[in-house]
Design a protein around this ligand. Structure first.
Ligand SMILES: NC(=O)c1ccc[n+]([C@@H]2O[C@H](COP(=O)([O-])OP(=O)(O)OC[C@H]3O[C@@H](n4cnc5c(N)ncnc54)[C@H](O)[C@@H]3O)[C@@H](O)[C@H]2O)c1
Length: 441
């Protein structure tokens, strides 16, 4: 099949590369000329395990093409995936300007039937609005499909190639068949394609993200209580997760969720309800709890080390909003670092992949280390903000050797407190009966 992917960020590039890898002809379009140049040279503008290799393989096979020109892509392909960003807008809902620009551009340039597939996360009612906007600009026939994406950054290729399910919103049986053909290589008995109306497909994406975010916020509140009553949330979490009705996923407490999706999707869903005169109360609580949780490690550090951190050196391991990505959007590290800097601390941070994106956020307000133990030299405190696997089993003698102090704030509960304390460190996790200002319990 001949496919266009418009917007080649985390979602678009993965989608384009995976479709090309199945033998499809794929045109990736992006307005960012720098990104397009990098891609043409076979370099991935983002870090996603396995992606650069897949992109290069398909560029070499001349199945994957990269361009800034949407006109040619519209002319040469019949299925167009809209994968542009929908960042938080001014009023709680997403900023849809890139989506409208793309669909209007498609409408202006198309001369024959096109299937426009909305893969960006867009509010309920968007497919209908896309139809209205396009029909105002063209007499040529087209279909609008809602195909929300559920991939996780850091595991995006696996998620795309082996999805839990593919959701397709369309009321046209022929279009559903076309989508089934396209996605067939990724479907199986346990990986169905679920076809529904556009609005249901749009709502499914928000429902899924909002529920996952709510589980995290719920566990973070429970962890904060555990810290107060002297319980260890890690034991509680594990025992809760063995209940089949609950399961183990998304029960991990920590410094809150970040990324480009959860915070904005929760707000966007609440905004959709608000516009209809409804108040979805759980959603507001989910984001409020999360905003407070992102401050928790910095607050604990201030409580333990004093509110004036001048002369204190803090090492941070992990800046990306989660492991296996270089994405810094809404990362909890931003709140932590800003609060510590405001209190006068000196910070050296290490992240395996996100140093280049972190530099865009923090500039030269912090120091960057290219090796984990270099960040610890002279540090009074080590704070873990992202749970990269390389942090889980550190060489403790190097940690002891390099640090000046002996205080560890484990914002992701990756260490065994007893073991760390036996090594002579003061340990503070999230909800492990050792929270500094919430009482020992
Ligand atoms: N990142 C994720 O994990 C994830 C997962 C599921 C769904 N989503 C959703 O997918 C969408 C894209 O997310 P992302 O993280 O890939 O965003 P991104 O910011 O990484 O990528 C968006 C790309 O679109 C390009 N773009 C913007 N306007 C354009 C235009 N007019 N024409 C062509 N290209 C244009 C940008 O240059 C950028 O490269 C969002 O709606 C997001 O909510 C993201």
């Amino acid at each position: 099949m001949r496919i266009s992917i418009i917007g080649t960020g985390y979602v678009g590039l993965v989608t384009g590369a995976c479709f090309a890898d199945q033998g499809n002809e794929v045109w990736c379009v992006d307005i960012d000329p720098e990104k397009v140049e990098l891609l043409k040279r076979g370099e991935s503008p983002i870090y996603e395990p396995g992606l650069a290799e897949m992109v290069r393989r398909n560029l070499r096979a001349e199945r994957l093409h990269v361009t800034t020109q949407i006109t040619n892509a519209v002319r040469d392909t019949n299925i167009l995936f809209v994968c542009v960003g929908t960042p938080p807008g001014a009023d709680g809902g997403p900023d849809m300007s890139a989506v409208w620009a793309v669909v209007e551009s498609i409408a202006k340039h198309m001369t024959e039937h096109k299937v426009v597939v909305m893969k960006s996360t867009v509010p309920v009612g968007t497919a209908a609005e896309v139809r209205r906007r396009m029909a105002a600009l063209t007499d040529v026939e087209f279909d609008v499909v809602s195909n929300p994406e559920f991939l996780r950054e850091g595991a995006a290729l696996k998620d795309f190639l082996e999805p839990d399910r593919v959701v397709i919103g369309t009321s046209d049986a022929r279009v559903a068949t076309l989508m089934k053909e396209l996605y067939a290589p990724f479907l199986g008995p346990d990986q169905p394609m679920l076809v529904m109306d556009n609005a249901s497909a749009e709502l499914t994406k928000y429902g899924a993200n909002a529920l996952l975010a709510t589980r995290i916020s719920f566990m973070n509140e429970l962890a904060n209580l555990a810290g107060r009553v002297g319980a260890d949330i890690s034991a509680v979490r594990k025992a809760m997760g063995y209940d089949h009705r609950i399961g183990h996923h998304f029960l991990y407490p920590g410094v809150g969720f970040g990324g480009s999706c959860f915070p904005k999707d929760v707000d966007a869903l609440a905004d959709t309800a608000k516009k209809l005169g409804m108040n979805l109360q759980i959603l507001a609580a989910t984001n409020n709890v999360n905003r407070a949780q992102k401050r928790i490690v910095a607050e604990d550090i201030l409580e333990r080390m004093g509110s004036d951190l001048s002369g204190k050196h803090i090492a941070i391991w992990g800046l990306a909003f989660k492991p296996n990505t270089d994405d810094m959007r809404a990362a909890p590290s931003i709140d932590t670092v800003n609060m510590l800097l405001d209190a006068g601390a000196t910070i050296t941070a290490y992240d395996p992949e996100a140093l280049h994106t972190a530099r865009k956020v923090f500039g030269d307000r912090i120091e960057y280390a290219v090796r984990p133990y270099d960040a610890l030299v002279g540090a009074d405190v080590l704070a873990i903000i992202t749970e990269w696997s390389e942090f889980r089993k550190p060489q403790w003698e190097k940690v002891q050797e390099n640090m000046r102090g002996r205080v560890i704030f484990d914002g992701r509960n990756i260490f065994d407190p007893t073991r760390v304390e036996a090594l002579g460190f003061e340990y503070y996790g999230v909800g492990r009966g050792r929270n500094v200002h919430r009482g020992e319990g």
